[in-house]
Design a protein around this ligand. Sequence first.
Ligand SMILES: *[C@@H]1O[C@H](CO)[C@@H](O)[C@H](O)[C@H]1NC(C)=O
Ligand SMILES: *[C@@H]1O[C@H](CO)[C@@H](O)[C@H](O)[C@H]1NC(C)=O
Ligand SMILES: *[C@@H]1O[C@H](CO)[C@@H](O)[C@H](O)[C@H]1NC(C)=O
Ligand SMILES: *[C@@H]1O[C@H](CO)[C@@H](O)[C@H](O)[C@H]1NC(C)=O
Length: 499
Amino acid sequence: MHHSQSLLCLLTACWQSARVLALPAPQIGSYGETTGAVGGVTPPIPTATAPSGSLRGDSSLLGGNAPLPDPDKSDSAVVSNPQLVTGQEADAKLGLYLDFDSANPPQPIRGANGNTDPGPRTFEYEKLNPDLFAPPGTDTGDMPNLMWPMGLSHNRPGTGKNSGWARQQNTEVLPAAKAMAGVDMRLAPNAYRELHWHTAGEWALMLKGCVRVAAIDDEGRSFVDDVCAGDVWFFPAGIPHSIQAFDEGAEFLLVFDNGDFSEDGTFLVTELFLRNPVEVLSKDFRAPVDAFNNLPKDQLYIFNGTPAPKDISEQNTTSSAGAITGNGSLTYHWSQQRPYTVPGGSVKILDPLTFPAAKMFSAALVVVQPGALREIHWHTTSDEWNFFLQGSGRITVYGAPASSRTYDFTAGDVGYVPVACGHYIENTGTEDLIFLEVLQAPKFTDISVAQWLALTPKQVVKDHLNLPDSVVDALPKEKPLILPGNTNSTALAGNGTAF
Ligand SMILES: *[C@@H]1O[C@H](CO)[C@@H](O)[C@H](O)[C@H]1NC(C)=O
Ligand SMILES: *[C@@H]1O[C@H](CO)[C@@H](O)[C@H](O)[C@H]1NC(C)=O
Ligand SMILES: *[C@@H]1O[C@H](CO)[C@@H](O)[C@H](O)[C@H]1NC(C)=O
Ligand SMILES: *[C@@H]1O[C@H](CO)[C@@H](O)[C@H](O)[C@H]1NC(C)=O
């Protein structure tokens, strides 16, 4: 007699009685997931009051010994009446953005590609990542993963009561992002990020609220400034610094010039004191040994502090070397820079031409309106690290040889585009798409594909791409940067237009 057979009878009976009890749905149900029989188990299983059965079957279940199943009478993998969204049946090469929000559940079908998915899955992931689930027919080959939602990062709380937190993206979670890493950090009102330094350079964009930053350089010059949402600071490698929130708290985005950077591996002032002989501390600081009795027992990391005086001059201390000023400044009040606007959006660039201290950080804060496109381009010498502040967008990354993949992004996601890889950023939502592009370069530059072809002899372009004269003649000699588009992402499916 087979254990599995008697167990199955038991399962069926108890499954029915469980149905009668009408157990509450699991919480995950609100995110949408497949439920019911899967992998030979029909949930819910009966509740046992004592152990019974055995952990293993026996050799009678080996293929060749066991009775053959009858596929006609066994479990079905048919999905009846799959629900397809507008545009899903259109030619896969059109690569329309598919809005799976209304699909319950979405299906990995695009044109003639793919099929339904009857198996285990959680629909919310697929709704957030339609271009991974039902890729454009133009995606091919083997690109590494190039996106990481901060929502999947482990969040490290500060010490003390509700002082803040930080979550990060580095090569541990996104191995392809070798040149840069990112941290999203929250400080409670008046909380500090502990005095520290690190081997990477730190570039930061204030997202919310205001902080006071302070630092000194290796010539003994000091720096202190207040920055608010939209402003930027830069601390070169090895430069020790402090960050304290004002009384409305703060959140900021840190970008480091090393993909292996970890927020857990910084040099901390508390540890420096804890890791040196007290005799040496006494000698170094000209103080009796008992002056060091109340050092913190462990690192403080992020912790609550004494409110900073509003008058910054009270916290401005200089040596004979003076202050770090002028083009050496470690902050840039980027929030006060007016954007360059074009049809479809706006761009602000901050690179060493205007913020020399951040020698290799070249950034663009881009707003792409609904339906619009940050044109197809690439960067000549640097990888691109990007971060989505609002809205939804998608990026296709083309990399030689013969590979491309499309990734979807929403607020809080990190994207990464390896050097020289062609890419665009398309707004796929109904709100303005706001994102940051960061390069490791002395100047923010890109190669616009449209401009390149406009400035290439017409005959050469025609011989390569067989484009009609009307298209070649209309190529823009100036970079468009952003192009407006139809807000209906599936308009092409009904013979509408993309722009
Ligand atoms: C701090 O003091 C120095 C002069 O010692 C001055 O150059 C600098 O601008 C001051 N910083 C602030 C933020 O007031
Ligand atoms: C600071 O940099 C700007 C832009 O490069 C330059 O025009 C200006 O002369 C510099 N100022 C100083 C004091 O070096
Ligand atoms: C977008 O265009 C498609 C194809 O013409 C049409 O079926 C759909 O209703 C349109 N969606 C909206 C929101 O207008
Ligand atoms: C789009 O136009 C083509 C060619 O005119 C036609 O065959 C097709 O039926 C049209 N599709 C829709 C959805 O109107």
